[in-house]
Design a protein around this ligand. Structure first.
Ligand code: ADP
Ligand code: MG
Length: 392
């Protein structure tokens, strides 16, 4: 059974009827550019083949009901007119509904705030995006829901507007202070392309990556260490970035260049400086990666990936031993480049590998995890895939 079938089956169990349509949105992996999004900087993600499906049908009583194969608890149902009493969730508090339900209900609420309105709906969700692995199952559920309601409510919002809706749901309904990258990648993805996104202007350019043409593959190494975005470390990093920008007298770290780092080091404490240095150098690495992809192709970006990982491990301090082991063992086994990807504190790393070496690298990573006493990682290759769409 595919995730699309699962969504349909769940919908039929819920309502006794067939859905009016099925929409889906993919997870994403970030090739490079980590924690730069909320600093108004640059990122280079691509959508992956794993998707979240929403089977949706209209109802005529003005209520919205959401169910998911991910959640054992009962479906959550409220009146559309009640959403404005449930959200926004006060900072630091848990949503007034089950957390998973705050994603789709938050999307409906954010659409209402954007002026959209329409009939009540039943939404049944199923996904093959690994949850909590840094592959943005959250943007996938937001993108699938937002695409469905945009069509069914005739809201006419474009993909960038729907990405903003998803982000608003995640920030204000769920209470996770994340940037816009995940939603943009999930909405705008195209086969064989990465999305070069300027997070200040939301200007997005598709960059052909040519990974397959170069005889390469992207290996995802999911450590299965769960990360928790909404808490602790992520918030602390954001605050350090805001502090660093304030000390430098700029609106965001996007406005600090590599040449400014010597001055930054004099002005701030060591921890804040290293957080700043990661963001500033990472922005430059994204620009360099885009140039390198254009001029020399995917096989030439390995060193940039490796430098990105070192910066996250040593300056931003968001890696964990499992991620370091994945990166180091993949490189030792011949990967061209490797880095942790996503918010950090767990989740997944990626390795750029020659297609003929995928098995050898995978075996080496699995062996290194076993030798360290870590749970066995999930390893699979991905190619850049299509963004949000209507499937049926
Ligand atoms: P990531 O986006 O890296 O997978 P997040 O913590 O940002 O991790 O988002 C994961 C959360 O999103 C889950 O804990 C759940 O609340 C929600 N979620 C993701 N996929 C689904 C799904 N298919 N059904 C219900 N909730 C989901
Ligand atoms: Mg997420």
């Amino acid at each position: 059974m595919t995730a699309q079938d699962d969504a349909t089956t769940l919908f039929e169990q819920l309502t006794g009827q067939s859905p009016d349509g099925i929409w889906s949105a993919p997870g994403r992996v970030n090739l490079i550019g980590e924690h730069t999004d909320y600093n108004d900087g640059f990122v280079l993600p691509f959508a992956i083949p794993h998707r979240t499906y929403a089977a949706v049908g209209m109802r005529d009583d003005g209520r919205i009901r959401v169910a998911s194969t991910f959640a054992d608890d009962a479906p959550v149902e409220v009146a559309l007119s009640e959403l404005a009493t449930l959200f926004p969730t006060p900072t630091g508090e848990a949503p007034a509904v089950a957390e998973w339900a705050a994603y789709p209900l938050g999307v409906a609420w954010a659409l209402q705030l954007a002026g959209a309105a329409g009939q009540g709906v039943d939404i049944a969700i199923a996904s093959d995006v690994p949850v909590g692995a840094g592959l943005s199952s959250s943007a996938a559920i937001e993108g699938a829901t937002a695409s469905a309601l945009n069509d069914l409510w005739d809201a006419g919002l474009d993909r960038t507007a729907l990405a903003r809706i998803g982000r608003r749901a995640e920030n204000e309904a769920v209470g996770a202070p994340t940037g816009i990258m995940d939603q943009m990648a999930s909405m705008l993805g195209e086969p064989d392309a990465a999305i070069f996104l300027d997070c200040r202007t939301l200007d997005a350019n598709l960059i052909p990556v040519g990974i397959a043409e170069a005889g390469l593959a992207i290996l995802i190494m999911d450590t299965r260490v769960q990360h928790a975005h909404a808490t602790g470390g992520y918030r602390e990093r954001r605050e350090a970035c805001e502090r660093g920008a304030a000390i430098m007298g700029v609106p965001s770290l996007r406005d600090v260049s590599v040449d400014d780092l010597a001055r930054a080091e004099e002005l701030m404490d060591d921890v804040t400086f290293r957080r700043v240095r990661h963001i500033v150098t990472e922005n430059q690495r994204v620009l360099d990666t885009v140039t390198t992809l254009r001029e020399s192709g995917a096989s030439a970006i390995g060193d940039l990936l490796v430098a990105s990982h070192a910066s996250m491990r040593d300056d931003f301090e968001i890696s964990v031993p499992e991620l370091d082991t994945a990166v180091e063992s993949a490189l030792a086994a011949g990967a061209i480049g490797a880095r942790m990807t996503g918010g950090g504190f767990g989740g997944a790393a990626i390795a750029l590998v020659e297609q003929g070496a995928v098995h050898a690298v995978s075996d080496a990573v699995t062996a290194a995890f076993a030798a360290s006493g870590f749970a066995s990682p999930h390893l699979f290759t991905v190619t850049p895939a299509a963004g949000a769409r209507r499937d049926a």
